[in-house]
Design a protein around this ligand. Structure first.
Ligand SMILES: NC(=O)c1ccc[n+]([C@@H]2O[C@H](COP(=O)([O-])OP(=O)(O)OC[C@H]3O[C@@H](n4cnc5c(N)ncnc54)[C@H](O)[C@@H]3O)[C@@H](O)[C@H]2O)c1
Length: 277
């Protein structure tokens, strides 16, 4: 079951999974798009259904779980992939911007976990959860994407904790962190409900991210990582790899520097390896 599967990375994920023999639930707030993707997969011999869902709505997600189990009887792989992006400085953002981003990116993931995990935990055999975060969860400078990055940091924290919690049940958890991918993510506000207020300005237009990798490349990396039970999967454009690596190192350096300052504050002999909160 893949959310956000009418477009971009989600659509590529269901195609990749179907090509490897899985039956797929194509779930998206764009119900017509989800039906189109499912129809296309069926025309190539796959087992697929399209389902309309708003992941931010627990009742809608509960109905998705009912439809998934009614059609296929079990769910082995839950891909919490639906997500939206908004650019803008924190000070210029509205609380509605934040609520929309977090209701889809964070609460959407939680709603799906709550709806699908009970039955997945009762089942046996191979089972796995994949949550789509972002390379943004590893960037030290997230200016103009701070709200989005905050939601993707949340997914990283949620996924790491979830992996530890689900290990005793034999359920694997993978966090997918794509970089720039050629999808419709810049036009995320096409599905923004009115209740979250006016659409924010889009400083980079609503086209496709330039100099980006293709969604099917991300999907292949993701499914290979799931098969290996990887904790973390990066899918990034080659040209940005060195810059990304140095940004990740900056994050490590920041922590090292802060730990050195912390250690210098402690009275001699008190530096111990206790629990850190
Ligand atoms: N494209 C990138 O460069 C990039 C980079 C890092 C992470 N990501 C993440 O990848 C995931 C997929 O995004 P994408 O790039 O394929 O974008 P996309 O816009 O092409 O696809 C996102 C899909 O999510 C659906 N969606 C939006 N709100 C929803 C809701 N409330 N309920 C159900 N479905 C909803 C949209 O209708 C759309 O089909 C997102 O979580 C995004 O944050 C994308």
């Amino acid at each position: 079951m893949v959310t956000g599967a009418a477009s971009g990375i989600g659509a590529a994920l269901v195609a990749e999974l179907a090509s490897r023999g899985m039956a797929v639930v194509v779930a998206d707030i764009d119900e017509a798009g989800a039906q189109r993707v499912a129809e296309e997969l069926r025309s190539h011999g796959a087992r697929a259904i399209g389902v309309g869902v708003d992941v931010s709505d627990p009742e809608s997600v509960a109905a998705l779980a009912v439809a998934s189990y009614a059609e296929f009887g079990s769910v082995e792989l839950l891909c919490n992939n639906a997500g939206v992006l908004l650019f803008g400085a924190v000070a210029d953002s509205s609380i509605g911007d934040w609520r929309w981003l977090s209701s889809v990116n964070v609460e959407g993931t939680l709603n799906c976990l709550h709806a699908f995990l009970p039955a997945m935990r009762r089942a046996s055999g191979w089972r796995h959860v994949m949550n789509t975060s972002s390379a943004h969860a590893f960037l030290p400078d997230t200016s103009h994407t701070a709200l989005y990055s905050a939601t993707k940091h949340a997914i990283l924290g949620l996924s790491f904790g979830l992996r530890a919690e689900l290990t005793p049940d034999g359920i694997g958890v993978t966090t997918l962190c794509p970089g720039q991918v050629a999808t419709r993510i810049l036009d995320s506000q096409r599905s923004r409900p009115e209740v979250f207020g006016q659409h924010a300005a889009e400083p980079f237009g609503t086209g496709v991210i330039p100099l980006a990798i293709e969604p099917d490349e991300v999907a292949r990396a993701a499914v290979d990582g799931i098969a290996r039970q990887d904790e973390l999967v990066f899918a990034l454009p080659d040209f940005g790899l060195d810059q990304f690596r140095s940004q990740v190192e900056q994050m490590g350096q920041m922590a090292d520097d802060a730990l050195a300052v912390h250690a210098a504050r402690l009275p001699q002999g008190e530096e111990s390896a206790g629990s850190v909160n």
